[in-house]
Design a protein around this ligand. Structure first.
Ligand code: ZN
Length: 104
């Protein structure tokens, strides 16, 4: 692996070797994107945001299965199955951060 390659990652979307570009929102790093195709590489969601996510998920957890089914269909209809799956991965991380925050 060349010296240059060490600082690069392969984009999962367009397969280019690239150095992710960080996008700032409100003076804070929000997420990084691939400079070739613009797909999000990494999210830098703050712990507070993640905690809010975790709380929202906790509320979702208490819902009845009928309500859960309704939310699922909303998510599926709004974002499509692929991005719903990606969101679920983010939620899992957010829930973990929320739990850690509660215990600390
Ligand atoms: Zn890309």
């Amino acid at each position: 692996m060349s010296e240059q390659r060490k600082f690069q990652a392969r984009c999962a979307s367009c397969d280019h070797f690239m150095v992710p570009r960080v996008v700032f929102r409100g003076g804070e790093p929000s997420h990084s994107i691939c400079p070739f195709c613009g797909v999000q590489v990494k999210s830098f969601v703050s712990s507070e945001d993640a905690f809010a996510f975790g709380k929202a998920l906790g509320r979702l957890w208490k819902m009845s299965s009928v309500e859960k089914g309704f939310v699922d269909s909303l998510v599926q209809g709004g974002f499509g199955a692929a991005s719903a799956h990606r969101m679920f991965k983010v939620f899992k991380v957010a829930l973990l951060v929320g739990i850690v925050y509660l215990m600390s």
